[in-house]
Each structure stands twice: as C-alpha cells, then as structure tokens.
Design a protein around this ligand. Structure first.
Ligand SMILES: [Zn+2]
Ligand SMILES: [Zn+2]
Length: 87
C-alpha cells in the first residue's frame, strides 16, 4: 500500500492509502466510489469485429468484416462505399 494525502475525484473524500502509486493525482478514486461503479473504467482499444460473408448493396463487392453485427444483410455497405457516401 502507498500512503499519502489525496482526494477522491468522485466524492471528494480524502484518500490516505492506495494499492498503487498514483501518477495522476487529479483523477483518483476512493475505494467506495470505485466499488460502487461511479467511475466507469473503459476498456482500452477493445473493438469488436464481426466476420462473415456479406455483399455490398452499392458496388456488389464482398464484405468480410464489419465493426457491428448486421441485423439486416440486404442493405449493407462496404467500407469504400460508406466513405464515399459520407463525403
Ligand atoms: Zn469517493
Ligand atoms: Zn461497396
């Protein structure tokens, strides 16, 4: 445990002990806030890719990967066409 005198960014309570040495003291969370889920930890760079065998509705090209799970497979757009329509 690391001892010190910090402040919780969630509830403002003082933190005197931490299981790690804080590098950024302006964004600390006390045990209560951490366990109550007030501070949501985002998973870093976790992007799900769905693989399959679909067809682009615009150019007819094959689509093998999508960043989302397609609900309707007859209205899909490949990356290239998607970029074009977006401008
Ligand atoms: Zn707190
Ligand atoms: Zn296309």
């Amino acid at each position: 445990m690391f001892k010190g005198d910090w402040k919780c960014s969630g509830c403002g309570k003082s933190i005197t002990e931490l299981p790690f040495e804080p590098k950024n003291t302006s964004n600390l969370t006390c045990r209560d806030c951490y366990s109550s889920g007030k501070v949501v930890k985002k998973p870093l760079g976790e992007k799900k890719i769905f693989q399959g065998n679909w067809k682009c509705n615009t150019c007819g090209g094959e689509i093998n990967q999508l960043p989302f799970e397609p609900k309707s497979t007859n209205n899909l757009t490949c990356r290239e066409c998607y970029m074009k329509t977006r401008g």
